[in-house]
Structure formats: C-alpha cells, structure tokens
Design a protein around this ligand. Structure first.
Ligand SMILES: [Zn+2]
Length: 448
C-alpha cells in the first residue's frame, strides 16, 4: 500500500513537473469569469472538475504504462470508482495487460552503472587555467557532453533502474536478488552523481551553486552570474534529467532517476548544513570566509530549505547514498575512523536527506577485494550493523555486480574527461566518444 501511494505521488509530481496540465489555473479563470455562481454554473463546474480528474488519472496511468509499470497502472485504473463505465480507462488497462506479456527478466549481472560529478555549466570558467582546471578536466563532465550522452543512451534503449531493483532487503536483514522486467531490446543501467555539495572551492568556476525549488515546486539549479545576479535553470544533472524524463518517461523504470552520493563536510546540495557552520568550530578557511561574507546566515533556515529540496527529489525518483561525511578513503582508513565519520553522516546529513542503506565509496576506495566482503572484515561488519546493504566502488569493467545474502555490490564507471580521453574503447558499448566530446576541453587531459 505504501508503495502504491508513492507511485501515485510520483506520477502526480511528474505531471506537475511536466506542466502538461495545470487544472487549478484554468478552473480559477473560468470561475472568475462567471461572477454569478448559480446552480447551473455550479453543476457545469462540477462536470468540468470530473473531466479534469479523469484526464489526470489517465495521464498518471499513461506515465506508469510508459515506465513499464503495468501492474501498478492496472491497479490504479481499477481503483477508480468509474472504471467500469470509462472506456479510456478500460482500454489502457487492456493495453497494460498485453504489454505485460512481452516483458522479459533482465540478467542482473549485466547491469552497468555509470557516474558523473557536478556538471560544468560554463567551460570558460572551469577551464580557465587556474589550479583547479586539471581536476575538472579529468573528473568532470560538461553539460553539453551529458546531454549528448543521455540522448544516445536513450536512443539505444537504455532505461534507468536503481540498485534497489537489483536486490531487496528481507525483514531479517538478509538480501535477495531483485527482478527487472523490461521489454526485449531495452537495457537497464544505474546512474549516480557524486559530491553534489557545490563545495566552496568550486565557487566562480562555472558550476551551479545549489539546487532549489522553483515556483512550481520543481527542482532546479541556481547559477551565480558574473554580475552577482542569480539565474535558475537546468544547470546540473538533477533538473536536466528531470526534464529529459518528463519528455521521455520511458527512459525511467517505474519512476527511477539516479542516486546522489553525498558527503557532509560542506553541507549538502549547496546548503551549508554541516554543524560546523552553526558552532563555528573546526572551520576550514573557505568555510570561515563563507560565514564572514554571509553575516545574515541562518543555520536552521538552511537546513529547512535543504530538507525541502531533498524531499522533492525523493518524491520524484531520486535516491541518496552516503559518500562518507568527510570524503574518506575507506581502503586506507581504519574501521574506527570510518565509524567516527559515519556517525557524523548520521547526525548531520541523514536528518536532511533521510537514512540510506547505500554507500558509494569516495575515490572508489572499497573496503574489500573483488572476492567479496565477510563479517570478519571489521569495516563491513560496522557498515552492515548501521544498515548499509548496497555498496559501490569504481571499476572500469562493463559489469561488476555481486549479490549475496548479505550485501549488494556494484562497480561504477566514470564518464569523465579522463576516461573519455584515455580509454574511449572502454566506453564503446555506451557511446562513441567522438560524438560526445566537448571541444572546449583543453587537451591533452592531464594524466593522473
Ligand atoms: Zn567523491
């Protein structure tokens, strides 16, 4: 039941996000024009309201249909009180029933996972020759490149899924294999984005500054222009993908979007929510500068805003993972260090983004070798005890998936300047780098 409510909320938010249909505005205009609200008008309004809601139901169900969520669509349509007399509902339900028969189970060990960092909006600022240029050129992807990549993947039949589709957690804490059901010819993949913090060091380098909600409640990115004015638009992955999926709902499996791997030390999503900004203790230089240049900084308001954005994201299919609070190298650090770090994530990040059962290792630095984890690995034992069941490293191979009764583990492929420049062959299953490459990148991309 909870799941169904979530699907409905998701479909509804997609529609609102789509601005395909805005019933309230139209109704208000109509009512204002008819100053005298007699019995007849009221009846007319009621009829119109019924029509509005049946259109909305149909649109919701069509999105579920497009996103391969046939059972949910059927269940939703059948739950409408007028199902038996509404031909459109019955036709769509029948269409879902037929489509269901064409689904095939996709082999989970052949699901690839790609990831990005914050996207570069203005390449002239990211590649301006300062000391950060090399890192951006190696590890970041430009908005133009990202747009080309998702269009190519979509055209090839790729569909966004979540690790939560690939494995499920049982009540006793053990894991079971999941099931991905797609039409023949479709290819599921997982997408993640790391470090969506808009760290202080990136200020002025051509990246968005934070994620916000616009007047329609949609997640957008803010960008600070040279003259200090703030633009709001699709300046990073989240709003770009939201818009792409509103135009191509079949790019998403049952409403899935991507996973954001989040640290906490500079706050989240561009909001300065770490406790240090409140206490003023243990501040790094750029944090102190930020507080000095924002004398009206309101910590509680910052947390409240970030929470609203995170909730809107989760309601529209985005998920959050821990990337460790302090961008820790989990291979090198001790289990005790990782525990101290995770306690900060739980205290200062989880209240905003929500508790997560997924950890995406910073630097791709894993807590165990390829053979797998076991409970005699103190790092795994600790993370598992804190409810982490899904683990991701970085791996250049096409597929790296381990599903045991204790954990899910997947390798991720970086689609960044370094990989595209040095190993285009490793990406050839996804796209041809020459069709994606942003010519404003300085070459050669510096070696690591
Ligand atoms: Zn990272």
């Amino acid at each position: 039941m909870r799941k169904r409510t979530a699907i409905l909320a998701l479909a509804l938010s997609l529609i609102l996000g789509n601005s395909v249909y805005v019933p309230a505005a139209e109704d208000t205009g109509e009512t204002a024009a008819q100053e005298t609200a007699g019995t007849e008008e009221t009846q007319a309004e009621q009829t119109e309201e019924a029509a509005v809601s049946s259109d909305t139901v149909l649109l919701n169900a069509q999105i579920m249909y497009a996103q391969y969520n046939y059972d949910a669509a059927i269940q939703y349509l059948k739950s409408q009180p007028d199902f038996d007399v509404n031909k459109d509902y019955m036709d769509l339900a029948a269409k879902c029933q037929v489509a269901k028969g064409s689904l095939v189970e996709y082999p989970l060990e052949q699901v690839t996972h790609v990831f990005f960092h914050t996207l570069i909006k203005d390449t002239s600022k990211a590649f301006d020759g300062d000391s950060d240029e090399a890192g951006y050129n190696q590890m970041m992807t430009t908005i133009d490149e990202f747009n080309r990549i998702i269009q190519i993947l979509y055209d090839k039949g790729y569909v966004l899924v979540s690790p939560h589709d690939m494995a499920t957690v049982n009540e006793d804490g053990t894991m079971s294999r999941g099931k991905i059901l797609l039409p023949e010819g479709k290819t599921p993949f997982v997408l993640s984005q790391d470090d969506v913090s808009y760290y202080h060091y990136m200020d002025g380098d051509g990246f968005a500054s934070r994620l916000v909600l616009d007047e329609n409640g949609q997640v957008k990115a803010e960008y600070i222009e040279d003259d200090g004015t703030v633009s709001v638009g699709n300046y990073d992955m989240v709003p770009i993908l939201d818009e792409f999926i509103s135009q191509h709902p079949d790019f998403s499996y049952r409403g899935r979007k991507g996973v954001l791997a989040m640290t906490g030390y500079n706050g989240v999503l561009g909001y300065r929510t770490d406790i240090a900004y409140k206490t003023g203790e243990n501040l790094q230089d750029n944090q102190r500068e930020f507080l000095e240049s924002h004398p009206d900084f309101d910590y509680e308001a910052e947390v409240a805003e970030a929470t609203k954005v995170a909730e809107a994201m989760k309601a529209t299919g985005w998920e959050f993972a821990s990337h460790t609070w302090g961008h820790m190298n989990a291979t090198d650090r001790s289990a005790e260090d990782l525990q101290t770090d995770n306690e900060k994530w739980e205290a200062y990040v989880a209240p905003i983004l929500g508790k997560t059962d997924m950890i995406i290792f910073a630097f791709g630095a894993d807590i165990g070798g390829w053979e797998g984890y076991s409970m005699d690995n103190p790092k795994f034992a600790y993370y598992k005890s804190r409810g982490y069941n899904y683990y991701c490293n970085v791996d250049s191979s096409q597929y790296f998936v381990q599903i045991t009764d204790e954990y899910f583990r997947q390798g991720r492929r970086n689609l960044d300047g370094y990989r595209m420049y040095y190993n285009p062959d490793l990406l050839s299953d996804l796209f041809d780098v020459s069709e994606v490459w942003d010519s404003t990148r300085p070459t050669p991309v510096p070696e690591m």
